[in-house]
Design a protein around this ligand. Structure first.
Ligand SMILES: [Zn+2]
Length: 341
């Protein structure tokens, strides 16, 4: 089999499911840790690689929270956001919808208007300096309850930064039923935001149905368990409701026992619009290019098949039609040029 890695590395791509704090690479964490010497996070990038080697899920949560603790000022927010875009540019990611949990930062004492200004400043700089178009999804941290839902909705609707396109729901699914968030999604949708909750990652297909029915989901974060319900797969395919598939993340969190048992084949076979994403890439020891390699192996794809996956993400994105046409054109031109050589 041909090694698709060089092709994937240069392929223009879009990413739809990737978390803000969860994208802090060892390089970025070392820069943040250097700004806050009182934190217990190591500043040496080599020590950080060990720090980022997780022993279990509880350890992952501990490290994640220690990175959350490093983002204390608007300058930290700006640095984190811009440096994530730099890591994206290196992977030829042209467009990304970054999931941000503003509730966590605002509750920790960052002024809400300064927070919005920091992400917007990073966004415009990333586009002009790095060629990476960023958009935001503000998500409710489900584990923090309805108070966080109210606060996230207020921040999204009242302070709405220019780059905000969608509204999400993350955190655990077990014990956090989707329907209770309906009033908040109703308000966000009425304000013109798209609905993109996580669902069916750690619970069954009913959670995905709930996200569709009660939260009017236009895309589903993960949707892994949808593969257990043929009627649900048919519904997703018919309505072009994309799944944001994150293979390595699913293994790291034990949502799927191993990659060879990942249900991505069933999703594709049912005609569902599947997109490939990295979720919390450095924390799961991956990046988007690696995830495309995993998907290519699981689906037995060649270069054109990989390019088709990249175009799925553009189609399922909330970029304007002209922007979509431009990136799709870049994907086609790159692929044809590659295959002609
Ligand atoms: Zn996620």
């Amino acid at each position: 089999m041909t090694d698709l890695r060089p092709f994937i590395a240069g392929l223009p791509k879009a990413e739809l499911h990737v978390h803000h704090v969860g994208s802090a690479s060892p390089r970025i964490v070392s820069e943040l840790a250097a700004r806050h010497p009182d934190s217990k996070v190591p500043t040496d990038p080599e020590a950080l690689v060990d720090y980022f080697t997780f022993t279990d899920f509880a350890h992952f949560v501990e490290v994640y929270l220690s990175v959350v603790d490093l983002v204390r000022t608007p300058e930290d927010v700006r640095l984190l956001t811009y440096e994530i875009a730099r890591d994206m540019a290196r992977q030829n990611i042209r467009y990304a919808e970054l999931t941000i949990t503003p509730y966590s930062s605002v509750r920790r004492g960052i002024d809400e208007k300064a927070f919005m200004a920091a992400i917007e400043d990073a966004r415009t700089a990333a586009e002009t300096e790095l060629g990476v178009i960023l958009r935001w999804c503000f998500d409710i941290p489900g584990e923090a309850g309805l108070e966080s839902a109210e606060e996230t909705t207020r921040l999204a609707v009242d302070l709405r930064p220019e780059g905000l396109v969608s509204f999400g729901l993350g955190g655990p699914e077990i014990g956090v039923p989707r329907p209770q968030f309906k009033p908040y999604f109703d308000r966000a949708i009425a304000a013109g935001l798209h609905s993109v909750p996580h669902a069916g990652e750690t619970t069954g297909p009913q959670t995905v149905w709930d996200a569709l029915t009660h939260l009017r989901a236009e895309r589903i974060g993960h949707g892994t368990s949808a593969a257990q319900d043929p009627a649900l797969l048919a519904h997703l395919a018919e309505h072009r409701i994309a799944l944001e598939v994150c293979p390595t993340s699913n293994i790291a969190t034990r949502a799927v026992p191993d990659l060879d048992r990942h249900p991505i084949r069933e999703m594709v076979a049912a005609g569902v619009l599947v997109t490939i994403n990295s979720d919390d890439p450095p924390m799961f020891g991956t990046d988007l290019n690696t995830e495309y390699g995993v998907a290519a192996r699981l689906l037995g794809l060649d270069e054109r098949g990989v390019a088709a996956l990249a175009k799925n993400a553009v189609e399922a994105s909330f970029l304007d039609p002209a922007g979509k046409a431009r990136i799709t054109g870049e994907i086609d031109a790159y692929t044809e040029q590659w295959l002609a050589l």
